[in-house]
Ligand binder design. Structure first.
Ligand SMILES: Cc1cc2nc3c(=O)[nH]c(=O)nc-3n(C[C@H](O)[C@H](O)[C@H](O)COP(=O)(O)OP(=O)(O)OC[C@H]3O[C@@H](n4cnc5c(N)ncnc54)[C@H](O)[C@@H]3O)c2cc1C
Length: 394
């Protein structure tokens, strides 16, 4: 039995590790000159491998969400033990983000490629698969250099379109159309959001946490408490990026940044009780916000940094601690961590990740319709879906 895997990223590597446990002839293809090229750039070079808080509710999808049972069964405890067996030792931050002890993403891709070499997986680097077809129960692959290969089972783990600078591309998905598979269009996800700069012009470079809401007319279509970075073209930071997949193909969306959720409990009652101690309206906020935020909040209500403290003005201010901007779209794939383009889940067995339309064809990683937030959730999905596809169950 010959097993072929297209894509040597996070999911393809784990598919190869798992497939090799059962089958002696496993071959992996990747365009890049080392396996795990994107993996080696993750987590700002530190490799945010997974998250202690992985659960099905954290993930989203463009069409129907189909893989909750896999996430329930292949959780953080499962994956961390799997890592340990491979010699990957981890730690996690207070908020659950998991990293290797070395804090080196490049070390992890090296360790994994070395592992595949020791277990005799055949590794074809610098090899781009241009197409595949199935003839008489065997998959035939063609590479860009004109070479052909044949396999009994095939795992497609070719990733998405995010970061084309690392040669990411979803061109190979076109081969699936011959099998009757439907494709969901690709858009940048976990991407910065471009906005008008009506209310936040002076805030470039400021970074802080707030509640972020995306509004379509007056309905909230997404909400998140998280980190925001103000930039000259709009908004960056994990909190904003986690909502970016919601903004495509829609006009006139607005983004609201609500700072009232940052105020400590009983903030207003403490200020009221101490109202004689504050010289300016801004004074009571100085310990909480960056000065630029305070200036802009005051400006939006026609106050200045040195407007005298009056309790009614202050109550009015705390009721309007938010900025609203028009959404102009996301930044492009070059700035996105994942993409939405994927294979329609209803045509895939949700337990085995085998195609329902073509026996022996399996999928793993970002080619599936799954969107995790920042924090290790996307690599978690890539690793576990690789393991599941690599089991090659019918
Ligand atoms: C800058 C950045 C930072 C990130 N940081 C994190 C993080 O810290 N934590 C987290 O959870 N997620 C992170 N992500 C997301 C994470 O990297 C992806 O979710 C994950 O890599 C997806 O794994 P994959 O195996 O599906 O795809 P990939 O890792 O993209 O692997 C697919 C591989 O297939 C190859 N390929 C594609 N087409 C072909 C073809 N036709 N022939 C041969 N080879 C082909 C590609 O070269 C690629 O190596 C980050 C993403 C980026 C861009």
């Amino acid at each position: 039995m010959k097993i072929g895997i297209i894509g040597g990223g996070a999911s393809g590597i784990f598919a190869a590790i798992e497939a090799r446990k059962k089958y002696s002839d496993v071959t992996i293809f990747d365009k890049n000159d080392f396996l795990g090229r994107k993996l080696s750039s993750t987590g700002a070079g530190r490799c945010n491998l997974t998250n202690v808080n992985v659960s099905p509710g954290i993930y989203q999808s463009i069409n129907k969400f189909s893989f909750q049972d896999l996430i329930k069964n292949y959780d953080y405890i499962f994956l961390n033990e799997y890592f340990r067996q491979l010699g990957i030792h981890t730690y996690h931050t207070d908020d659950g983000w998991v990293y290797p002890l070395s804090n080196s993403a490049r070390n992890i891709s090296t360790l994994l490629e070395d592992h595949l070499t020791t277990v005799n997986v055949k590794i074809n680097k610098n090899t781009s698969v241009s197409s595949f077809i199935k003839i008489k129960n065997r998959f035939q692959l063609k590479t860009d250099s004109g070479k052909s290969y044949e396999f009994d089972k095939l795992i497609l783990a070719s990733g998405g379109k995010a970061y084309p600078q690392l040669r990411a591309s979803d061109a190979i998905l076109q081969s699936l159309l011959n099998f009757g598979h439907k494709l969901i269009p690709a858009f940048p996800a976990l991407a910065p959001i471009k906005t008008s700069k009506h209310e936040t012009k002076s805030l470039n470079g400021v970074r802080l946490d707030a509640t972020i809401r995306i509004l379509d007319n007056k309905s909230v279509i997404g909400s998140e408490f998280g980190n925001i970075i103000f930039t000259e073209w709009g908004l960056n930071g994990p909190g904003v990026m986690n909502l970016s997949h919601l903004v495509h193909e829609k006009n006139n969306l607005k983004i609201v940044l609500d700072f009232s959720s940052v105020l400590p409990p009983e903030f207003l009652s403490i200020v009221i009780a101490n109202k004689d101690k504050f010289l300016y309206l801004s004074t009571a906020l100085l310990s909480i916000f960056n000065k630029k935020i305070i200036e802009q909040l005051l400006l939006n209500l026609n106050f200045g940094l040195y407007s005298p403290f009056r309790i009614n003005d202050f109550i009015n201010l705390t009721n309007k601690m938010m900025f609203t901007e028009n959404i102009l779209g996301t930044r492009d794939f070059e700035f996105a961590q994942i993409s939405t383009g994927a294979i329609e889940s209803s045509q895939i067995n949700p337990e085995t990740l085998e195609s329902k339309l073509c026996t022996g064809l399996y999928f793993a990683g970002e080619v599936l319709d799954m969107i995790g937030p920042c924090g290790g959730f996307n690599l978690h999905w890539a690793f576990i879906s690789g393991i599941i596809a690599g089991q090659l169950k019918n």
